[in-house]
Design a protein. Structure first.
Length: 111
């Protein structure tokens, strides 16, 4: 099969257009998100180290992990989305639901 100069040029143009399309898709900005601190406390009001935290957007888990030594779990959330955040540790659990505000969420666990 022989390639003509016109055919090669057309193929290069298609490749260039495909590359541009891929770059546009990859650089489209995701919804704005901000850093949020989730503070987890036990039933006595003490911050809980190593509590397990899950962040849910409807039925989709968007983040999870453990609190640090200060009882804080850091995550990035979109302030216009209603989330459910659960925490468990030391035989206790608790949750929070709503629109995140002021870059802070407090969860008070209980038995």
């Amino acid at each position: 099969m022989q390639f003509t100069e016109k055919g090669v040029s057309s193929m290069k143009m298609r490749c260039l257009l495909a590359l541009i399309a891929i770059l546009v898709i990859l650089t489209t900005q995701a919804p704005a998100s901000d850093k949020y601190l989730i503070f987890v406390r036990d039933s006595l009001g003490n911050y809980v180290e190593d509590a397990y935290v899950e962040v849910w957007d409807g039925s989709s888990k968007v983040d999870s992990g453990n609190t640090d030594s200060s009882g804080i779990f850091t995550t990035w959330l979109d302030g216009s989305i209603r989330y459910k955040v659960t925490a468990s540790g030391n035989g206790q659990s608790g949750d929070w639901q709503g629109l995140p505000e002021n870059n802070r969420i407090d969860i008070y666990m209980h038995k």
